[in-house]
Design a protein around this ligand. Structure first.
Ligand code: ATP
Ligand code: MG
Length: 422
């Protein structure tokens, strides 16, 4: 019979990997919470028009990457390609943005119809923070400080921060016009994507990976030459604040984002270990989006961590201490309750342990052999004779020790001591 396969660009997170995913999510969430961000859980399906309006008609996401379908009632729906638009949509709809400054975070899968490759999937995961109603650059500093804290805690190697200012929407338009004028006579030398973007989304050409296009851009107008005084001052303030916090950064004047809603500060965390998909966290300010979505005129700043890429950059590192593993083995079927009881006592008394009890009698030698192979640390073996005396056989599988005959409380002590000494 035909076997089913996963959809291209989707992937499962298997046992063995999922522990790292849970650990990361937990750590990042704890840091967000410690900065007073609160979790919001958001739908995965939204109206297609939400993304057309926010991410923008001329962008890759809206033009060619969305999973869009028609509902039974004929509405156009889309699996969210990103979370910023949905989070603001929900906040406006529920009146959260009327309650003064607000810090939120959320996580979950996003969907983009892209060519799958290392670090690029069609279903991928983000963990993101958004802050509404903060005008000054302190909030950008906070976002960067938070992400810096997360990546330092994870001991990420070879990672760095790039920042840029896109200026106000007005200066972006002026720059865009100047760039278009400069590139028009050179149109034939541009890569095909950039040629199309000349008329649809000129700013995005800066992001081209094509070396010829990049060479041409070198002599063209620069975005920072178009910043107004306010944007320049804000960018300077942000830089001083990062200096003050001793957070290293590089200024990349060609850094633009693939979404239309950004203004002023944008930032990306990159890792050379990732190859060409090197950005694993990105964000910036998007002050016009709320009004654009029919909400009040409030400022907004966000950041989004791409978990798939963060995991890849951690592949060769063990980021957390794995829990100890213990197996309870019974030598007779009638010992089920004794086995179940000691297993539960150990779970209740020791935090950092996984206890397995299968509940059926089995061949002791092969069970122990398998436990060693599966990287178990301890085994408790229960036989009829000993149980009558209140005693269990205890074996440290990581050492060549003999089996010890111990009481329940002696076993607990021995395991705790072993965990403490690590
Ligand atoms: P890229 O230029 O790499 O396509 P992007 O600008 O489209 O990235 P954003 O929309 O800013 O990405 O998303 C934030 C983060 O989400 C990215 O930095 C990346 O880590 C992650 N991300 C985006 N698209 C994908 C994808 N298709 N697969 C895996 N992760 C992704
Ligand atoms: Mg993209």
């Amino acid at each position: 019979m035909k076997k089913f396969q996963k959809i291209r660009g989707a992937h499962e997170i298997n046992p063995g990997e999922s522990e790292t995913w849970s650990y990361l999510t937990k750590k990042i969430t704890e840091i967000f919470e410690s900065f007073s961000y609160k979790e919001i859980r958001l739908p995965i399906i939204e109206s297609t028009s939400l993304f057309q309006r926010s991410v923008g008609e001329g962008t890759d996401i809206v033009n060619k990457e969305m999973f869009t379908f028609e509902s039974k009632s004929g509405k156009s729906l889309t699996l969210r390609p990103e979370g910023t638009a949905g989070c603001l949509r929900a906040s406006i709809e529920m009146g959260l943005t009327d309650r003064g400054p607000m810090r939120l975070f959320y996580q979950g899968p996003m969907y983009r119809y892209e060519r799958p490759q290392k670090g690029r999937n069609r279903e991928f995961y983000q963990l993101s923070a958004e802050a509404y109603g903060f005008d000054g650059v302190n909030i950008e500093s906070e976002m960067i400080q938070m992400s810096h804290k997360i990546f330092s805690l994870l001991n990420l190697e070879d990672h760095y921060l790039e920042i840029n200012s896109l200026g106000s929407k007005k200066s972006q338009q002026n720059f865009s016009k100047a760039l278009k004028e400069y590139l028009r006579p050179l149109e034939d030398q541009l890569d095909p994507d950039s040629k199309v973007r000349l008329d649809s989304n000129t700013l995005r050409i800066l992001d081209s990976k094509n070396p010829e296009t990049q060479k041409i851009l070198k002599n063209g107008p620069k975005i920072f030459e178009f910043l107004d005084q306010r944007s320049t001052e804000n960018f300077d303030l942000l830089k001083s604040s990062l200096d003050e916090m001793k957070i290293p950064y590089k200024i990349n004047h060609n850094l633009v984002r693939g979404l239309d809603y950004y203004n002023d500060a944008v930032y990306e965390w990159k890792s050379d270990a990732l190859g060409s998909q090197n950005t694993f966290c990105a964000g910036g300010r998007y002050d016009s989006l709320s009004k654009n979505l029919g909400g009040r005129d409030i400022s907004a700043v966000g950041l989004s961590i791409g978990l798939d890429r963060l995991i890849i950059s951690l592949t060769n590192q063990s980021v957390f201490k794995t829990k100890k593993k213990l197996i309870v083995i019974i030598l007779e079927d009638n010992l089920f309750y004794a086995g179940s009881k000691i297993a539960e006592t150990i779970r209740n008394n020791i935090d950092e342990i996984v206890v397995r009890f299968d509940g059926v009698r089995s061949n002791l030698k092969s069970q122990l052999k398998k436990a060693v192979k599966d990287n178990y640390d301890f085994a408790i073996i229960i036989g009829n004779e000993e149980i009558n005396k209140g005693i269990f056989s205890f074996k440290n599988l990581k050492k060549d020790d003999n089996q010890l005959s111990l009481t329940e409380s002696e076993i607990l002590k021995s395991i705790s001591k072993n965990i403490e000494n690590e």
